[in-house]
Design a protein around this ligand. Structure first.
Ligand SMILES: *[C@@H]1O[C@H](CO)[C@@H](O)[C@H](O)[C@H]1NC(C)=O
Ligand SMILES: *[C@@H]1O[C@H](CO)[C@@H](O)[C@H](O)[C@H]1NC(C)=O
Ligand SMILES: *[C@@H]1O[C@H](CO)[C@@H](O)[C@H](O)[C@H]1NC(C)=O
Ligand SMILES: *[C@@H]1O[C@H](CO)[C@@H](O)[C@H](O)[C@H]1NC(C)=O
Ligand SMILES: *[C@@H]1O[C@H](CO)[C@@H](O)[C@H](O)[C@H]1NC(C)=O
Ligand SMILES: *[C@@H]1O[C@H](CO)[C@@H](O)[C@H](O)[C@H]1NC(C)=O
Length: 438
């Protein structure tokens, strides 16, 4: 039974001024949510004090992957680990039977996968509840002026007096569909998860969306209709992990050297995300379509590579078990990015002005793919991957649009989104004039 095992590590930062404005950012232990949440926490910490709270079991992994190494010197960002019992966190394995042969059907999560997701959240809720009921001040700076959390983080332990802003790590279109899906879930296996979402949306004083107004403005009305909460939505995208200063590892160096030898715009970059272990039939169909092309494929398999990937032309075809995505996406040899459509990946692609081919598998990836199509920066896979790849390499219309979108995204990062982030801090600041000259 989980009761007394809460303890906390303070990895970095100790408080600067005693009564600085303080925001608590709570992230659920899913990497694709932790990454933009941490980036949001970092940006907020330029203007106020921030505590980033997430499962302690994921913090080590986060450190190992280099996401927090540059934060050790920050005086305004504390990273706090919650011992929530989420220490066995299996990767999401997708079975062959879950992927339909026509490539376009959304994966229906099976009972085990749904229960697993729900349980992670329930455990997190118990731990948060316990933390807030007991010795909060020994691990988290007080007072807390605002809490920013993902909509399904259980927040029922909270005192009503602390304003809550919900963080939407992808685009509004996906959120709207997610809210609709609650009404169709009849299994009850995600009961708590949906309860948390409903309650949080009801309580929220604001929404913070990791997208751009230019992309999502047209969904605001619909979002308000389906959420029933008219609190302000602030668009602060693109939150992408940025560690320009970090030193280049030899693995990255080798990949860049390899890319340097390839002709401009010749290489297809393939990465289907960190969660799903893809079944062999998917790998085979992609391998077959890539047979006569140059590519770099970030692919982790549970066992040896399938036979379809045995006879590669190593001068032009490279498989890596880890890829420095930003370095690859910014390389001129890369023609386009063949992605699963995770929003973080799509934003990184847009920032680098790259064209996209998207094979969505589950959750908001389908909405994200539609977003890519609407924006004109790429297409979703059809029933014929060979054809798709040919189309991507020959059709110049996407590249032109991708450059325009790149400008929008960079401008948002440097200008509008920065201003929105400062506005969030201003909302709760005790010394309004402190921010006047910024
Ligand atoms: C941060 O600093 C602490 C204490 O100095 C050290 O133990 C830890 O390894 C550092 N972490 C990183 C990622 O550098
Ligand atoms: C694709 O497969 C799914 C599931 O097998 C099916 O429901 C859907 O109708 C199929 N779509 C087309 C266009 O064949
Ligand atoms: C929440 O309210 C209770 C009772 O009023 C109080 O004891 C506790 O300190 C409050 N917690 C926070 C985090 O403000
Ligand atoms: C895919 O498209 C190509 C080119 O249009 C065509 O030659 C091939 O027969 C198609 N493959 C399938 C399985 O339909
Ligand atoms: C290129 O793609 C765009 C968008 O899908 C499409 O409208 C256009 O017809 C394509 N052009 C060619 C030459 O295939
Ligand atoms: C940010 O805005 C300023 C002033 O409007 C403009 O000069 C600058 O080019 C913008 N930055 C980017 C990256 O677009």
């Amino acid at each position: 039974m989980f009761v007394s095992c809460i303890f906390i590590t303070l990895i970095c930062g100790l408080l600067s001024t005693a009564n600085a404005t303080h925001i608590l950012v709570i992230a659920p232990p899913f990497l694709s949510h932790m990454i933009p949440s941490l980036e949001l926490a970092k940006q907020l910490s330029s203007y106020c004090h921030v505590t980033f709270l997430t499962s302690i079991y994921r913090i080590n992994e986060f450190e190992r992957k280099g996401f927090i190494s540059d934060l050790n010197s920050s005086k305004t960002l504390d990273i706090v680990g919650l011992v929530d019992g989420n220490n066995h966190f299996p990767g999401l394995t997708i079975e062959e039977s879950q992927i339909s042969s026509n490539n376009t059907a959304q994966i229906a999560f099976d009972n085990d996968q749904r229960i697993l997701f729900n349980e992670v959240l329930v455990r997190m809720g118990k731990a948060l509840h316990h933390l807030f009921q007991t010795d909060l001040q020994s691990s988290v700076r007080l007072p807390i002026d605002m809490i920013i959390a993902r909509s399904f983080v259980p927040l029922s332990f909270l005192n009503a007096s602390i304003p809550i802003h919900l963080f939407l790590p992808s685009n509004l279109r996906g959120v709207i569909n997610y809210m609709r899906s609650q009404h169709t879930d009849k299994t009850g296996q995600l009961k708590e998860a949906y309860d948390y979402v409903r309650e949080n949306i009801h309580q929220a004083n604001g929404f913070i969306c990791n997208s751009l107004k230019e992309f999502d403005g047209k969904y605001v009305e619909e979002f308000y209709q389906s959420s029933g909460n008219l609190a302000p939505i602030r668009f602060i995208g693109p939150l992408v992990f940025n560690n320009e200063q970090s030193r280049m590892t030899s693995q990255t160096r080798n990949i860049i050297d390899w890319l340097d030898k390839q002709p401009i715009g010749s290489v297809i970059y393939i990465a289907f995300g960190s969660i799903a272990n893809l079944p062999t039939n998917v790998i085979d169909s992609v391998a077959c379509a890539l047979k006569h092309h140059s590519f770099i494929w970030s692919l982790k398999t549970k066992s040896a590579l399938p036979p379809s990937l045995h006879n590669l032309d190593s001068d032009h075809q490279l498989i890596v078990d880890w890829a420095p995505q930003r370095a690859i996406l910014s390389h001129i040899s890369v023609a386009f990015f063949f992605s699963h459509g995770g929003w973080n990946s799509l934003l990184e692609s847009m920032i680098h002005g790259k064209v996209l081919l998207v094979w969505p598998f589950f959750a908001d990836q389908f909405d994200n793919a539609l977003q890519v199509v609407d924006m004109g920066v790429g297409r979703q896979v059809s029933y014929n991957l060979t054809d798709d790849i040919q189309h991507m390499l020959l059709n110049g219309s996407y590249a032109k649009r991708a450059k325009e979108v790149q400008e929008l995204v960079i401008d948002a990062r440097e200008n509008t989104s920065k201003k929105q982030i400062l506005d969030i801090v201003r909302l709760i600041s005790k010394n309004q004039h402190e921010y006047d000259e910024l």
